[in-house]
Design a protein around this ligand. Structure first.
Ligand SMILES: [Zn+2]
Length: 100
């Protein structure tokens, strides 16, 4: 499945506070976010939802439970966690491992 990368209005993640301004649309792939759509933060892997002003709010517990039990969304979260792990490893890699 081809995912579409889109810019959206900047909104802080409700958990880590990182200003998020890009999304990858998953389902459907042809439009930007609308109120009530779910998303996941690529910095802390928390689920969030767009409110009526397209600002990010914490995802309600029942929505989180639904997302965490759907294989499609479990895979997305795993991909995000892997992305975070790679980024963290690169940031903290000791210089001695760079071949110096
Ligand atoms: Zn976050």
């Amino acid at each position: 499945m081809e995912n579409l990368e889109l810019r959206c209005q900047k909104s802080p993640c409700p958990r880590c506070g990182t200003a998020l301004d890009g999304i990858i649309a998953i389902d459907p792939v042809t439009r930007g976010p609308r109120p009530g759509d779910a998303t996941i933060c690529v910095y802390c892997a928390c689920w969030a939802v767009f409110d009526k002003d397209l600002a990010l709010q914490p995802a309600p517990a029942d929505l989180v439970q639904f997302l965490e039990n759907e294989p499609q969304y479990q895979q997305i979260k795993e991909d995000v966690l892997e992305h975070i792990a790679i980024r963290t490893a690169q940031r903290y890699r000791p210089r001695t491992l760079d071949g110096n």
